[in-house]
Structures are given as C-alpha cells and as structure tokens.
Design a protein around this ligand. Sequence first.
Ligand code: NAD
Length: 473
Amino acid sequence: MGSFSGFIDGKPIMAMGRPWSIINPATEQVCRTITLCEASDVDQAVAAARRALPGYAHWSVGQRIKLLSRIFERCTERADEFVELIVTEIGAPIEYARSTHLPYSLEHFEEMIEVLADYPFASKLKHARIIREPIGVCGLITPWNWPLGQVVAKAALALAAGCTMVIKPSEWSPSCATLFAEICAECGLPAGVLNVVHGNGEGVGAALAAHPDVDMISFTGSTRAGIEVAKLAATTVKRVAQELGGKSPSIMLSDADLDKFVPITVLKCFENAGQACQAPTLLFVSKEQRERAVRLACEAAERIVIGDPRSPTTQMGPVVNERQFSNIQRMIQDGVGEGATLACGGAGRPPGQRNGYFVRPTIFADVSPAMRIAKDEIFGPVLCILTYETEEEAIRIASATKYGLAAYIQTASPQRASSLARRLGAGRVYFNFAPGGRSIPFGGYKQSGNGREHGIFGLEQYLEVKAVCGLPD
Ligand code: NAD
C-alpha cells in the first residue's frame, strides 16, 4: 500500500497539502509520510460521492449483500496488512490487534449481511406506504483509537443502506482507511461510492462537516470536536450522529464477587492502553470493600505485561502520540496534587522503557467526585477508585458525570442489577461484564453522543423515511 493522501473516485490520490509524518508510538520514529488533503480535495471527494449516489442507491438488496460479503472476505484475507498498520500507527499489541481489533471491526459486515436479508425497506402504516431510502452522501469522521473498527462501523452500515460516502479518518492512524478503500474498489464497488480524505480536523474535518452537498455526518471522537462538528453541520440542516467521550462507572454492589470483577474492571479499563471510549474508568466500592478492592486492583495492574507491541506476550503498548502521553501525565500529576491516594503506577514511563509513549498503569484510590481525574475523560490507563457509604450515594455520583456511554454493575442479584440499570443514564449497561455484541445498539446518553451505531439501530441512522399516502394496496 502506498503512502497516499486518500482515495477519490476509485483512485488513490496524492494531495498538494502539507506533509504529515505518522509516528510509530512505540519507537517515536516516522513510519510513513503523507501529504494532507485540503478543502478543495474535500470538494472533489464530495462531488464524486454525489455523482455515484443515484447509481448505487438503486442497487438491489441482493447486490448489496453480495458486495458486503466480497469486501468482508477480502478484508479477512488481507488481515495481516491491517494488523501491521494498527500495530505501527497506534502501538496496539500484535496479538490484541489480531484477536480483537480485526474481528470486532469486520463483524459489522457479517451483521449487515444478516440484517439486510430481511430488513423491511418498504412497509405499510394505515393508508400509507413507508419507504426507507438511503439518506444520501455521508461524511464519516473517525478517531484514531480503533483505526479499522471505527471506519467499518460506519462504512459497512452506510454501504448497506445504499449511501455514498467520504471518510475522514484520524490523521494519527489514517492508513487502515486507505487500505480499506483499495479493497472495496478491488471488490467491485463503483468509483465514487467510498472516498477517503486524509487531513486534520480543523481543516478537512470541518470542511466536510460544513459541506452543503453532504446529507449526513457521522462523527466519532471527543465531545469537544463533536460539538464543533454539530455546529458546522447545523447551517445546512444535516443529520448528525455523534459518538463521543465517556467516563463509565463500574459499580460493585455489596454482594459482588470482588476477586472476579475487580481484576476484570482493571483489564477493561486498561484495554487498548486505556484508549477505549466505554472503558470502566471509575470503580465504585463500598467502605467495607475498599481495602480488598484496592489490593486486587493493584495486583491485576502489576501483572499486565507492557512493552514492544510486536512481542506476542505484550498486553499493553504505548498510547498513540506525544500529545496523548503528555495529557495523561498531566492528569496523573493532577490526581496526586488533588490528594487522591496513588495506589500503583504514577507519572513517567514504566521501568525499563526509555522511549516510546508508554504510560504506567495507574490506580488512584480515595478519589472524590470533585477531583478532575473523576470528572474528565483521561483516555489512558488510569483507574479511579471511589468509595461509597450507601448504594444511593454510588448511583448519585455515578450519574453526576456529564457522560453516559456505558455503565457496569456487579452483583449476584439480577433483580438489583435490573432496577439499578434503569436508574443509570448510559447507552449500554453491562451486568457482571456480560458481552455486548455486534447487533446491540451502541451510543451515548448526555454528552456521550446522539444516535446509536451497530446493527439495525445503526443502519437506520443512514436511512430517510418517506411516507407515500393514497396509493392503492
Ligand atoms: P478527536 O475529537 O480529537 O478527533 C476525532 C476525529 O475528529 C479526527 O478525525 C479529527 O481529525 C476530527 N476532528 C477534530 N476536530 C475537528 C473539527 N473541529 N471538525 C471536524 N473534525 C474534527 O478525538 P480523538 O483524539 O481522535 O479520539 C479520542 C476521543 O474519541 C475520546 O474522547 C473518545 O472517548 C472518543 N471516542 C468515542 C467513541 C464512541 O463510540 N463514543 C469511540 C472511540 C473514541
């Protein structure tokens, strides 16, 4: 795969914008240089998507299923190339990239193939025919933490719906999107249906969000940028889907199995080096559980193997870039400064790591809800343990964050879990770390977003609803 600036109208392109070096976060060395697109490239990509729309929108469901199956098969055949890009551009451990990034990305194709088989694109409501049509040209803006998954979670659904699209992947991990576009073209996707433009958020992302010929923006990233995108999109009344930040609680009720669920909370919190939007970053334990929970959490953190992402035994690699590394260091220092107990880890690199953006798995205990580490998303391997006196207090504090992506409840009682689940403002509630799955809606309450991705709920984001009244049966 070449170092292209994107993919427009069926062809890789070399834009005329400024050069951009992609840094391998494990080595701090440049692994690839591209030139970034500019607003004029966005215009070209949107025009290509607009030209391709009437043709592609009329593909039959059967044709779309065949296409999605071909793309899924070909991506699976070229899995090693995606793994290589994920390892070099975000520093994900190779085994984790292979066993988690890959399958949890490509599963959206499998899901769409199943959903399309009997999705009611046309139905009846009283005297009207209800028709669901592709919304049109979609702008898909994605973050760096899941470089293939974030792209596929949008593109597979938009393709299933019959939309055409311009993808703007994160400038920090752009290459999976280019490879994906090449594969789609190889599989017979007509030119212009799926375009990719590489560039920064303020220039290229903003141009796409504001573009008058884009019908919908699906954005995943920080709440800050999500708000900017929504403002830009508002001037042309686009549909906006937002998947934003998170600060998810893991609540241990009095009857929870701490030996089992504290280590799971730690591993989930530190997955992908803590760069996962629905990571359980706030662990709530009762006063009675506090000592044992802190000990179990630190033991679990200290067992994590950190190091070279290319080693098959590595469980945690570096964070994505220098900016992310510095933000996390600042947050760790803030936690210490605000008086939280540093139970393990801390500022600086893990012992033995001289370079690379490696962060020590860090656990704070005795965190109070007013502390910055309890309120703001850190997006790194930092777990905050809060102690509650009553379950009411735990629910009140867990509900007080501005985010609402996920919540995790641990208890031996499904009844207690069920009543608590109703009271937590989160798009997903996991009882004893039950799996989610590709069909289950994913998205946030409050400032974690608007809309739902994955499965049928995700597909419907890319569809418009038309009611035709007065036609005979
Ligand atoms: P980010 O907001 O900095 O960037 C995300 C994308 O938006 C990138 O492609 C970026 O170039 C673009 N962008 C930035 N500013 C923009 C602007 N003004 N206009 C248009 N586009 C702009 O986020 P990030 O650092 O790449 O990713 C981390 C964030 O993403 C975290 O907050 C995390 O919680 C969130 N995230 C959320 C989900 C979810 O599903 N809810 C999933 C993954 C990541």
